[in-house]
Design a protein around this ligand. Structure first.
Ligand SMILES: NC(=O)c1ccc[n+]([C@@H]2O[C@H](COP(=O)([O-])OP(=O)(O)OC[C@H]3O[C@@H](n4cnc5c(N)ncnc54)[C@H](OP(=O)(O)O)[C@@H]3O)[C@@H](O)[C@H]2O)c1
Length: 221
């Protein structure tokens, strides 16, 4: 399979690239600075800032030219776990900036790569979300992060419905609390957080679509 991962240079994204490469898949590690991690993992790299329309167009063109198709897109890159903010007083510029990376980035990338996903026999889209986006359990805090991940979940549901007929499985995955730069110390190891994403990236054709999962088990919306 040909798999493209965003934010693959560190954290969970890098580990997803490592695990998928170990399974024998062709991994396109994308990031704002992808070279060092790609070299370490022995995978291909493409420069991609998900907020850049030019980068997105360049990546779509490069994948089209090299492979003519894409099997899996993993939208992993995200920012702004804004634990310093409350919704009642949040700086909306921070919210807007978060939306550029956490929502519009994946959305635009999906649109640009859909023709290539449609050329795949087993296309999948994995949107890396968070239980923080679960409306069922939502309280206050981290407003930029939560609202943008809720919107990413909504996008997941809509795309799953719209693309079901094309056989494209679209799911939202929470990696759990993971010890990364974003998660901070105390979380579980990246290998455990990444494995649920790899599960969604490698689902069989009869696998679920339009779901929200952690470790392969459903989460409440
Ligand atoms: N860690 C947790 O506990 C946890 C829990 C739930 C969900 N998640 C989700 O898991 C995913 C990965 O998180 P993480 O913990 O690995 O975070 P992380 O260590 O902070 O890494 C974030 C990644 O996103 C990339 N990124 C940020 N803005 C970007 C942009 N404009 N274009 C391209 N790449 C960009 C970063 O690249 P740079 O190096 O260039 O900044 C980095 O590779 C995120 O979607 C996050 O919301 C994490």
């Amino acid at each position: 399979m040909i798999v493209l991962v965003t934010g693959g240079n560190r954290g969970i994204g890098r580990e997803v690239c490592r695990q998928l490469a170990a399974l024998g898949h062709t991994v396109l590690l994308t990031a704002r600075s992808p070279e060092a991690a790609a070299k370490e993992l022995g995978v291909e790299s493409l420069r991609l800032d998900v907020t850049s329309g030019d980068d997105i167009a360049g990546v779509a063109a490069a994948v089209s030219e090299r492979y003519g198709r894409l099997d899996v897109l993993v939208n992993n890159a995200a920012i702004a776990y804004d634990s310093w903010q409350r919704a009642s007083s949040a700086d909306l510029d921070v919210v807007r900036e978060a939306a550029e990376t956490n929502l519009y980035g994946p959305w635009r990338l999906i649109q640009a790569l859909l023709p290539l996903l449609r050329n795949s026999e087993h296309p999948r889209i994995v949107n890396v979300s968070s239980e923080a986006a679960s409306l069922a359990g939502m309280g206050g805090g981290t407003p930029a992060y939560n609202t943008t991940k809720v919107a990413l979940n909504a996008l997941t549901r809509m795309l799953a419905a719209e693309l079901r007929g094309d056989g494209i499985l679209v799911n939202a995955i929470c990696p759990g609390w993971v010890a990364t730069d974003m998660g901070g110390p105390g979380g579980r190891p990246v290998a455990e957080g990444a494995s649920g994403i790899v599960w969604a990236a490698t689902l069989p054709d009869h696998g679920p679509t339009g779901g929200f999962f952690r470790d392969g088990r459903p989460l409440p919306w």
